[in-house]
Design a protein around this ligand. Sequence first.
Ligand code: GLN
Length: 470
Amino acid sequence: MKSAIESIVNDVRSGKRKALNIVSEALKKAEESTAHNVFVSLTRERALTRAAEIDERVAKGEAVGALAGVPFAAKDNFLIFGSATTAASNILKHFEAPYQSTAIERLEAAGAICIGKANLDAFAHGSSTENSDFGPTKNPHDATRVPGGSSGGSAAAVALNIVPFAIGTDTGGSIRLPASYCGVVGLKPTYGLVSRYGVVAMASSTDVVGPLAHTAYDAGIVLDVIAGKDAFDSMMYLEREASYVPAVNSEPLKIGVVKEYMGEGLNDETKKRIEAQIEKLKAAGHSVEEVSLPNVDLALAIYYVVVPAEISSNLARYDGIKYGHSSPHATSLDEVYKKSRSEGFNAENKRRIMIGNYVLSSGYYDAYYRKAQTARTLLIRDFKKAFETYDLLIGPTGPGPAFKLGQNVADPLQMYLVDIMTVSISLAGLPAVSVPAGKVGDLPVGLQIIGERCADKQVLSLAHQLEELA
Ligand code: GLN
């Protein structure tokens, strides 16, 4: 498969095409995408200035980086210069980044050019992008359906061919689920491999930064640029690999299919698409067997205790004084806190803050938070055990294709259920990629490939092999 990223970089380096034209074209497509509500804002001026700088350097014969002139979209929870960083929340509507996130700094240093801030569920709380305070993004394959979330705008920007890659965050599936619903590749790297410095925090024990692209190969090129230590993120103790660009896999692998993900709750047609991928892997010489993760059915319950707990702590900083919206209706300091938060946060944000404070409160801490963390250890052990036998695990990314806009809005539990196949991997800190596995009707579905900690390259390499087999 051709690399959309490499073809741009080659053209820019050789002078065949100008970065300025490539970026202008991407901005034009972004402007034309308003019906899908992909972007919260565009970073037009900064993008054009940076593109002209790259062209100038090429003209002077100076070296340009691995992503020279490549336009990209960034989820609007990355601190970036050029427009407000809103996290799609009214509370941060006018917040201007005082510095840039490490991931963006690294992408810029490699010559990539951010053209706009992609829509998301406010503070990344959600699976459909419907929780955005600026309206939902529409699925590029069917505008009556959700694009998945919370990185829905990022996935749609790639699927609509506005940009060859986008950057998102994944706390419990927010890169993988939208990738699956929009028919693109989305990688959640190993926890701690990519710096979160300058990214609006959701749940610090599972938040990761990762790429969305057309192919695993291109996702690998982007990961290669952003991965590796950063003194500003204290959870980054991992040594990175020399390269994350997928290698051609010739060794036969032992692959485990997660039994619990292939059973109840999985849509029949989606199951068939996953089984077709399994046949392809077998035909390529890999051994594929069923494997059970006995505690995986606890994952959703663990996730929706641990994550709201961390959210309630991370969102305490939005007090109407330090950041963002400050209520004009307050008459005392106490009211500044209360009214700013009550006016700025949406219903889903508040739901999570309340659950989080509840499970952390002194009377309930042991019953909920401590128990959830204990069960989390069981889950981590399940994965560890499976990786004693298998090189990689696979399963569907979600229980089915994209659902209708509005379908799950009134029922938070139903909404949380679509995360059932992604949250366990986040709780265990493992790398996983969602790759397109065909369509159910007009709607794409994704296959998830899961690796051991630090097996990001193996995960991408198998995804790459599957793409080559297609
Ligand atoms: N859908 C999950 C949630 O609502 C995951 C969100 C995310 O990964 N940011 O929490």
